[in-house]
Design a protein around this ligand. Structure first.
Ligand SMILES: [Zn+2]
Length: 167
């Protein structure tokens, strides 16, 4: 059933285009996203419903580098309070943060166990470690570090050095 909220009809009456503009929708796609169809001076345009709502709220069109962001991450929640303007860059950064971390498959250089680890942690880990790693655990990372220090630390025997590499 097609249902046009009173809110939209009011917007249409005083919105851009004014008389001669007709709005149909919102229609919901299979993926849950909504759009409206706008007839303006005989031209038919399909517009993202949340983007349209946000533009009406702002009283202006979005700029080319602006996007309509769903604050809670739910793109089916087109409540006005859930919509905000984000630059394209900020929106991409937010998408990255919300995305499940990309997992990498590694073999620990210390104990040779295989394990998964988030790639974003690995990069920072490897910067800290200079080149070694990633390791399966802090313990392995520590052991490896000790061996790198060999038996001496600051010219004195390293008491934390526990022995040679296993196997
Ligand atoms: Zn390990």
């Amino acid at each position: 059933m097609v249902h046009t909220p009173v809110f939209l009809l009011l917007l249409a009456r005083r919105g851009r285009g004014g008389i001669g503009m007709r709005i149909y929708g919102p229609y919901t796609r299979k993926d849950g996203r909504q759009h409206i169809i706008l007839y303006e001076n005989g031209k038919r345009k399909t517009i993202s419903y949340p983007k349209y709502l946000l533009e009406q709220k702002l009283g202006r069109s979005l700029l080319p580098n602006e996007t309509c962001d769903h604050i809670d991450g739910d793109f089916t929640n087109n409540c006005l309070d859930n919509l905000q303007v984000l630059s394209r860059g900020d929106n991409a950064a937010k998408a990255m943060a919300l995305k499940p971390a990309e997992q990498g498959y590694f073999v620990c250089p210390e104990c040779h166990k295989s394990f998964y680890k988030a790639m974003r942690d690995v990069r920072s880990n490897q910067i800290k470690q200079k080149k070694a790693g990633p390791f399966c655990s802090k313990k392995c990372s520590g052991k490896y570090g000790q061996r790198q220090n060999k038996t001496f630390r600051g010219g004195k025997p390293n008491p934390r050095y526990t022995g040679d590499m296993p196997e």
